[in-house]
Design a protein around this ligand. Structure first.
Ligand SMILES: C[S@@+](CC[C@H](N)C(=O)[O-])C[C@H]1O[C@@H](n2cnc3c(N)ncnc32)[C@H](O)[C@@H]1O
Length: 272
């Protein structure tokens, strides 16, 4: 069976060789400051502020784990990330911030041995859950079960996702054609991104193209597939693996209104 597109989608992303010392430091500073809102959320909503053992699934460049370490919230942080280029980048990022207790492991979270009842917080932010669940229903239920088993009683699962209901409507109004441009922060080597969406059942196929800021590196592109969830549909899945419905909460922002898009949402589920 050929590998699902989501497994290799982020290979080459945050390629260290596209940065020089100055742009690398600026980029990392900017990325870590983006985590202030996540830290504020964790302080405000997770009872036990001394988080202890934390796992991030799809940790990307590792910014959130490094921010949690910097602010003294964790005793151990482990990030699992499929993309070699992002893991290489994350290790450089960690060295820049003198990280001592965060380890970024290159591999699929679903293939890892994680002790039951061992983890205080599992993080899956920025669409990670939608990338995993789009592969198939089995992958979705294996993922959610693994998270539930790994958490200690009283541990938390922190999710950020996009509710695509409006995007699906816009796609319909536009006869199945929807492309959205975005412009990145000045510290990013890419200036513009174009997302081209196609809808297949419960899945949103997204072809992403990037235009380099200085036009000295060639344009880049990759595709990924995201599963569509609403709060209710995901809550139902969480209940099916053992979370209690009364302990699944929904939030519309991290720290202040407008710090995520209107269609994005944050879900915090506490294990009984
Ligand atoms: C949209 S990015 C988010 C990165 C990061 N969490 C952030 O907030 O910037 C999703 C990341 O999840 C990774 N990923 C997807 N499925 C994964 C899996 N099963 N195990 C580990 N990493 C995974 C991808 O390689 C990608 O880098």
């Amino acid at each position: 069976m050929s590998e699902h597109v989501n497994i290799s989608a982020y290979e080459g992303v945050e390629s260290y060789s596209t940065f020089n010392n100055k742009t690398f430091v600026e980029y990392c500073d900017n990325k870590i400051s983006e985590c202030d809102k996540h830290i504020a959320f964790i302080k405000n909503n997770i009872n036990n502020n001394d988080l202890g053992v934390v796992i991030e699934v799809g940790s990307g460049n590792g910014k959130l784990l490094f921010a949690l370490e910097r602010d003294g919230f964790i005793t151990k942080g482990t990030g699992f990330e499929l993309s070699n280029s992002r893991v290489f980048f994350a290790n450089k990022f960690g060295a820049l911030f003198n990280s001592k207790i965060v380890e970024i492991i290159c591999g699929n979270f679903l293939d890892q041995d994680i002790e039951d009842n061992s983890t205080d917080l599992i993080i899956a932010v920025d669409l990670v859950i939608q990338l995993i669940s789009a592969i198939n229903d089995q992958e979705e239920s294996n993922f959610l079960k693994k998270v539930h088993e790994a958490l200690k009683p009283g541990g938390y699962f922190l999710i950020e996702l996009m509710d695509f209901s409006n995007l699906i409507k816009m796609h319909g109004i536009n006869n199945g054609d929807l492309k959205i441009w975005k412009e990145f922060d000045l510290s990013d080597p890419w200036q513009f991104g174009l997302d081209d969406f196609m809808i297949e059942g419960d899945n949103i196929n997204c072809d992403k193209s990037f235009i380099a800021r200085d036009r000295k590196i060639s344009n880049s592109s990759f595709s990924n597939i995201l599963k569509h969830y609403t709060f209710d549909s995901l809550a139902k899945k969480l209940v099916s693996v053992g979370f209690s419905v009364s302990k699944i909460k929904k939030y519309q922002y991290w720290d202040s209104k407008g710090d995520i898009l209107e269609d994005e949402l944050i879900i915090l589920a506490e294990k009984d």
